[in-house]
Design a protein around this ligand. Structure first.
Ligand SMILES: Nc1nc2c(ncn2[C@@H]2O[C@H](COP(=O)(O)OP(=O)(O)OP(=O)(O)O)[C@@H](O)[C@H]2O)c(=O)[nH]1
Length: 621
């Protein structure tokens, strides 16, 4: 029923050219359409005869003259773009028993100017006007298509002439309706159109929501494409002229031309984004760009008022559009763009419906809901499938994102592990260098014993430990006898060797928990925890003996002895490390004074009473 979709019908025409050649312009005797009781509807498509007036020179008188009648040819109403005036004639024969009105419908609302000539049988004619150049409210019957009311006397046969001129394409699906049948038909047609435009509107809303959810620009382009496409169809079926610009019919002509180009831009940009055409095919990217430039050119030409040129450009790009989109989808799909699947189904199925529609318009398929509404069904399927393609693209994008996230996470975990290893390695290194630093800070580099500060600190700790546990503690201050002479006689290096050998003897002779430190040059402090005077005396005596027994390689057999000052910690008397050392030093002084190579004991109690330490009688050895 709807052959207003001229752009697509032209595409169908292209597909059907081989079949059409034989059908066009057959000459045949005029045939009347019989109207009889019970008549509801007649299609005039095969009944009309056409005469083309290329220069638009002929008037009705000339056309209706007997001489011209031979020039009328049978034509199924497919004209397309033409600068000519298209004349048609057809005959109606009334076999009604009463005088009855019928409606003539021209089911193509885009024709600019329609003249309808009705003969009265006495050589007079009545002229009426239609077409979309007439404001809606001035139409004879206010309907989206041009309608003329015809009244025939019973038994009357009348021939009617019509003249069509338009800057857009001309299609002539003419129908005669009984009043009641027309009302029923227009009601159901409004219902289907309502559903169709409702579906488009819902898809627009869904795509805007989609954009808000996913922020992908192709949703907006899809919404734009749907809006222009919906509005174009709204204009093509005549609703725009009825509802949007009823008083400014000139807009109708501009709107069609502009909207076709806007639809092409929308379809191309949306498809380009959906198929990611720039990434997948440079050639198609350029073709898409060319289509957009052509459409922009079409818009500029329409705005300049050259609608006939703009319409032709638009129809050419429109015809090329679907095959281009389908082949682009195939190319990108083959290159691995899976989003092209639904896209391909959308346009592929649409093309099939265009084909069905073409077969129907050219009379090769009978009237039926699917055949008559093939373009609408096809386009609903197409836009819905495009919606699915859009959603699928989002799904694929999300999958790519998830994959990227997964990879990023994997690398992050790897990086973390590497970082942890590195931190662990660095910590170990740091601990090692700290340990070395601590070693350096607390040990003497020659003898490897605790150094001066460290041995004093160790003594402080030992004092507080024995104080807490009320345990005995003894210390010994050891000095090598006449060490200067060794240095002087055998050299500093030999002196060093002697120092190391004596230090090693300390370490090997004392117990694991005894603490040994180099107090000064050739002076050593030995801390003997949990050791009473008696045990300490014995231990140090053995040590003194061991050192006296040492033989050194560099000293030519000369023995080395030590002098020792010892002191025991006494509980109940608060004595600190300093005082103990001073006291041990004092005892050492006495050991030196008393002939060296011996041990002298000091007494802590004396420290409290006087500043120095006095030797105790029983402590001397
Ligand atoms: N080789 C060497 N000699 C050192 C070191 N530290 C100190 N000395 C020497 O040790 C000697 C200590 O000499 P003095 O204080 O006179 O005492 P002494 O010769 O041992 O005599 P008495 O202590 O009275 O028995 C000095 O000659 C210092 O130079 C060292 O690390 N290496």
């Amino acid at each position: 029923m709807n052959n207003h979709h001229w752009l697509l019908a032209l595409l169908a025409l292209l597909l059907l050219v081989p079949f059409l050649e034989t059908r066009a312009f057959e000459q045949q005797a005029p045939q009347s359409v019989i109207l009889e009781n019970g008549f509801s509807y007649a299609d005039l498509t095969d009944k009309i005869q056409i005469l083309i007036d290329p220069q638009q020179q002929l008037g009705f008188k000339a056309i209706s003259s007997t001489g011209r009648q031979r020039d009328f040819r049978l034509n199924s109403g497919k004209i397309g773009f033409t600068d000519a005036a298209v004349w048609i004639r057809f005959s109606l024969e009334s076999r009604f028993t009463t005088k009855q009105p019928v409606i003539l419908e021209i089911d193509f609302p885009l024709i600019d100017k329609i003249e309808f000539y009705e003969m009265d049988g006495k050589g007079n004619y009545r002229l009426r006007f239609g077409g979309d150049s007439i404001p809606f409210n001035l139409r004879e019957i206010e309907f989206r298509n041009t309608l003329f009311k015809i009244e025939l006397e019973p038994g009357q046969t009348a021939t009617y002439y019509m003249k069509f001129t338009s800057r857009g394409p001309i299609q002539l699906p003419l129908r005669i309706w009984n009043y009641q049948a027309f009302t029923e038909h227009s009601t159901s047609s409004h219902l289907w159109h309502g559903l169709y435009f409702g579906a488009i509107l819902m898809l627009i809303v869904a795509s805007v929501v989609g954009y808000n959810l996913f922020r992908a620009s192709f949703f907006l382009w899809y919404a734009y494409y749907l809006s222009c496409y919906g509005l174009l169809n709204f204009t093509l079926v005549g609703f725009a002229g009825q509802f949007l610009w009823p008083e400014t019919p000139i807009l109708q002509q501009y709107a069609t031309s502009l909207l076709v180009n806007l639809v092409i831009i929308g379809a191309v940009v949306f498809s380009g984004k959906l198929l990611d055409i720039r990434k997948y095919s440079r050639a198609y990217f350029l073709i898409f760009r060319t289509l957009i430039i052509l459409a922009l050119l079409g818009i500029a030409i329409s705005l300049a008022g050259r609608l006939e040129i703009a319409n032709r450009i638009a129809s050419l790009s429109g015809m090329a559009l679907v095959p281009i989109l389908i082949s682009a989808a195939i190319v990108t799909y083959r290159k691995g763009n899976f989003a092209a699947r639904y896209f391909l189904v959308a346009w592929g199925v649409f093309l099939i419906f265009v084909f069905i529609s073409g077969l129907y318009y050219w009379g090769m398929l009978p009237y039926g809901f699917v055949t008559a509404h093939a373009l609408q069904i096809g386009s609903v399927f197409e836009v819905t499938m495009l919606g699915v393609a859009t959603a699928d693209r989002v799904r694929l994008l999300n999958r790519e994102k998830e994959e990227a996230d997964r990879l990023a996470n994997k690398y992050l975990v790897l990086l973390n592990e590497k970082l942890e290893d590195l931190v662990h390695e660095r910590t170990v290194e740091l601990e090692e260098s700290n340990r070395k630093l601590h070693e350096l800070a607390t040990h003497d580099s020659l003898t490897l014993l605790l150094n001066h500060n460290a041995i004093i600190h160790a003594l402080e700790s030992a004092i507080s430990a024995v104080e807490r546990h009320r345990q005995p503690l003894s210390i010994a201050m050891v000095d090598i006898d006449r060490f200067k002479q060794i240095n002087d006689r055998f050299g500093h290096q030999v002196g060093d060797d002697v120092l190391v050998a004596i230090a090693n003897t300390f370490t090997s002779s004392l117990r694991g928990y005894d603490i040994i430190g180099r107090y000064g040059g050739e002076e050593f402090l030995l801390i003997l925890p949990q050791t009473n005077t008696e045990d300490a005396g014995e231990l140090i005596e053995r040590l003194r003996q061991s050192i006296a027994d040492l033989s050194f390689t560099g000293t030519q057999g000369k023995r080395v002895t030590i002098s020792v000052g010892m002191i025991a910690y006494l509980h109940g008397i608060k004595i600190d490390a300093d005082a103990m050392i001073r006291c041990a030093d004092d005892a050492l002084y006495r050991a030196k004074a008393n002939g060296r190579d011996r041990i002298e004991w000091g007494n802590c109690t004396t420290i409290l009473n006087k500043t120095g330490c006095a030797g105790s009688e029983d402590g001397q050895r």
